[in-house]
Design a protein around this ligand. Structure first.
Ligand code: CP
Ligand code: NVA
Length: 315
């Protein structure tokens, strides 16, 4: 059975735990290596990863490219617009063609249905490098960063402030699987997809984590005594800038006053790219509680373990 990584639920709690443990081990094992040197075991020697981008990317593009190299393999990177995909060749045909050339496919696309179609027709693992609906690779890096900061996931209070977007969806999914509290503070009209919230609540129903998924319009309620504060851009790729949306989101800006309501050792995360002065102030994102650079580097380490999970090497 081919293992695809379209959402965190594909791996489940055990798979995620295995990937996080693997990422921590492998990161430590290559400390001091030049970045382009392969890991000692080079578990992907002879393997090739195709990467297809329908949207812009810096972190996902470079971190996956370095991830496959450090695992001993190689990559082919293409923008969808320069492929026949960009002029109408079907996702299904593209999936079947690429499956004949490469060992795994990472795709960033504007429509989650396309990645599901890709996975249906591909005979090699397909990995979600962001869709309109979710961003599971980002949340793997975020979980790794939280653990590295010395905090254990179960029971932790994680506060999201801002737009109810793809990154929040994967964070909510992670909360329901890894049993931490998620407080999603979003303005009316810009909440997370109710289906994502309902599915997460169903997952924890009847467990100790039954009341761990909270949605609110109150930024201060979300942040109060929180361990981790997370935000993201207010306007995601593919969305048009709207004055109404920006106005609704203004009270959700993460600033020093909001951070002061969280636990004194609370940490700040942002998937980047950031818009200083919009979703977060410069003081917070460049301040001592911010882990954004470690979080960005961890995309590389987390994704190596995602690739290994897809190939059944772990989990
Ligand atoms: N966080 C993230 O996915 O960044 P990119 O859009 O640069 O890949
Ligand atoms: N929510 C953002 C994440 C970018 C990494 C977007 O989809 O544009």
């Amino acid at each position: 059975m081919t293992r695809h990584f379209l959402n965190l639920t594909d791996a489940g709690a055990d798979g995620i735990a295995a990937m996080l443990a693997d990422a921590l081990d492998r990161k430590a094992a290559r400390a001091g290596f030049p970045k382009g040197r392969a890991d000692a075991d080079a578990p992907f020697a002879g393997h090739t990863l195709a990467m297809v981008f329908e949207k812009n990317s810096t972190r996902t593009r470079f971190s996956f490219d370095m991830a496959i190299r450090q695992l001993g393999g190689t990559s082919i990177v293409s923008d969808a617009g320069s492929m026949q995909l960009g002029r109408g060749e079907s996702v299904a045909d593209t999936a079947r063609i690429l499956s004949g050339y490469v060992d795994a496919i990472m795709i960033r696309t504007d429509d989650h249905a396309k990645i599901e179609e890709m996975a249906h027709y591909a005979s090699v693992p397909v990995i979600n490098g962001l869709t309109d609906a979710s961003h599971p690779c980002q949340i793997m890096a975020d979980l790794l960063t939280i653990i590295e900061s010395g905090k254990a996931l179960p029971g932790l209070k994680v506060a999201w402030l801002g737009d109810g977007n793809n990154v929040l969806h994967s964070l909510v999914e992670a909360a329901s699987l890894m049993k931490f509290q998620i407080w999603a503070a979003c303005p009316k009209g810009y909440e997370a997809d109710p289906k994502v919230i309902a599915a997460a609540r169903d997952r924890v129903r009847g467990t100790d984590a039954a009341d761990f998924i909270t949605t609110t319009e109150s930024p201060s309620a979300a942040v109060e005594d929180a361990d981790i504060i997370v935000t993201d851009t207010w306007i995601s790729m593919g969305q048009t800038d709207s004055e109404t949306k920006l106005k609704a989101l203004t009270p959700y800006q993460v600033d020093a006053a909001l951070m002061a309501l969280a636990k004194p050792d609370a940490k700040f995360l942002h998937c980047l790219p950031a818009h200083r002065g919009e979703e977060v102030t410069t003081e917070v994102i460049d301040g001592p509680q911010s882990l954004i650079w470690q979080e960005a580097e961890n995309r590389l380490h987390a994704q190596k373990s995602v690739l290994r999970w897809c190939f059944g090497q772990i989990g």
